[in-house]
Design a protein around this ligand. Structure first.
Ligand code: CMX
Length: 133
């Protein structure tokens, strides 16, 4: 089941500038850094209640995040819903909407993730995310 928002993904050019904003201006709790080489992205996360903000910096021009920034600029990239059984949720949703990932893949901070296609979800890129800690 999808129970809550897990995180909001924000595409950024330079991680440190945005880390300073959320740490020093908003005073949010810093979770840490991670890197997902398969996605060619570095991540810094902050926690606000049960929801995280994930700042996503591309590590290569080939990254989906780099392409997103080039086309749309920096800003909100995706919303991730937390799943307690991503295989079941993805299987169920893939019967109803087009998906980018037909099977889950590794995401940041020991999670399994899968994306639905934004064209199938009215222009919002939605990620399913199951923490595996
Ligand atoms: N939000 C909403 N719509 C988006 C979008 C986004 N973030 N990114 C792309 N789109 C839309 C585009 O506007 C485009 O629509 P139009 O054809 O109407 O213009 C359509 O989706 C296809 O986009 P595109 O630019 O042609 O992009 P690509 O084919 O390069 O791929 C997408 C788009 C979503 C499939 C790709 O960005 C992707 O696979 N994303 C998921 C992977 C990802 O984001 N990884 C990083 C996150 C890492 C993590 O959390 O661990």
């Amino acid at each position: 089941m999808l129970k809550q928002v897990d995180h909001i993904g924000i595409a950024v050019k330079h991680l440190e500038e945005h880390v300073a904003l959320y740490r020093d201006v908003f005073g949010f709790a810093f979770v840490g850094y991670d890197e997902v080489p398969e996605q060619k992205v570095k991540i810094a996360a902050f926690k606000l209640g049960d929801v995280k903000l994930e700042l996503l910096e591309p590590t290569s021009p080939e990254s989906a995040i780099a392409k997103h920034i080039e086309k749309r600029g920096e800003g909100i990239h995706h919303v991730a819903f937390r799943s307690d059984d991503i295989n079941a949720d993805l299987g169920d949703l893939s019967k109803k909407v087009a998906v980018i990932d037909s099977t889950p893949r590794p995401g940041a901070f020991n999670s399994q993730i899968a994306f639905l296609h934004p064209k199938a979800t009215k222009g919002v890129l939605i990620e399913l995310c199951e923490p595996t800690h």
